[in-house]
Design a protein around this ligand. Structure first.
Ligand code: MG
Ligand code: MG
Ligand code: MG
Length: 307
């Protein structure tokens, strides 16, 4: 039975590229494996896969009876349904360790770097396996995406070094131009249902027993989202109520201005002031310099919620 390699819900480019790369690596190390995803690929990932001629992974949402390798997450809330009815054999990630447990020993490569792709580049070298050209291409894109072209506080020297190495293999001469092209695709929102925008890059968290959702839209210019702000606010209110969540926050991140406008739907909006030391302006707050959900949003709210 092939190991299924799977990223988080609402897959981003790292979750897709890492699943494809880890499946390739495991297979070449003699373990049958295939990449899967918990949902359809987003427009950015589709652009990246098309660019390097790779198909989107098959969609799988249930782990029952499967051998599973997790990439780009280790949180139950972000993982496959019925994870406990499958067997996790590996975790490859760059987030804080989540709440999954395993009955058996497993392989873990979890590093504090900007992207799973950076860990994977080192894995190929460790195992002495050549990374295929097209997988090098999608992996370098995943690093540019996760680190917001090196602007995110999550970005490390290891990420930049990995991009340089992968660019040579993939034959990409101007990585920043490719990154910009990718972020322009990501910024295109016209004609997309509000619900899809909210869930495009969205994660649920358990914060001191409260269900909290945090989504993020990264655009090259916040003005692109200005006409949709009220509709997005109405949509996150609906998402909050339907999912019995305490709060839903949506970060509208301007990657050029390097900050985020946070849209707020919460049973207790004072958590935002607790998290950032300033009161929101109605249902929104501008957070200068805040671009990383993982480092600048999740920990602040975990503290504010009293964890
Ligand atoms: Mg991710
Ligand atoms: Mg990632
Ligand atoms: Mg991201």
């Amino acid at each position: 039975m092939a190991i299924i390699v799977c990223g988080h819900k609402n897959p981003d480019t790292d979750s897709i590229a890492a699943a494809i790369a880890i499946a390739d690596l495991l297979t070449k190390r003699g373990m049958a494996a295939k990449p899967v995803a918990q949902g359809a690929v987003n427009p950015e990932s589709k652009f990246v896969l098309d660019k390097f001629g790779l198909p989107a992974p098959e969609i799988v949402t249930d782990a029952s009876g499967q051998k599973i390798a997790l990439v780009d997450h280790s949180d139950l809330a972000q993982s496959l349904d019925n994870l406990a009815k499958g067997e996790i054999v590996g975790i490859y990630d760059h987030h804080k360790l989540g709440d999954v447990t395993t009955p058996n020993p497993l392989e873990m490569w979890v590093w504090p770097v900007g992207c799973t792709g950076t860990v994977i580049n080192s894995m190929y070298k460790f195992y002495g396996i050549e990374i295929p050209k097209n997988i090098a291409g999608i992996t370098l894109c995943s690093i540019l995406s996760d680190t917001v072209m090196y602007k995110s506080v999550t970005c490390t020297e290891a990420d930049k070094k990995a991009v340089a190495e992968l660019a040579k293999i993939a034959g990409v001469s101007d990585v920043m131009a490719l990154g910009m092209e990718m972020f322009k695709v990501k910024s295109a929102v016209e004609g997309t249902p509000m619900r899809d925008l909210v869930f495009r890059d969205y994660k649920d968290f358990d914060m001191s027993g409260k269900k909290v959702g945090i989504g993020q839209l990264e655009v090259v210019d916040l003005a692109i989202l200005e006409p949709y702000k009220d509709k997005l606010l109405a949509e996150i209110k609906k998402v909050k109520e339907e999912g019995k969540r305490h709060s839903v926050f949506l970060l509208l991140t301007d990657i050029m201005k390097e900050g985020s406008l946070m849209l707020i739907a919460s049973d207790d909006p004072s958590v935002v002031e607790k998290a950032y030391g300033k009161a929101p302006d109605g249902p929104t707050i501008w957070l200068d310099g805040v671009m990383s959900r993982k480092k600048q949003v999740v920990p602040n709210f975990e503290k504010a919620f009293g964890k």
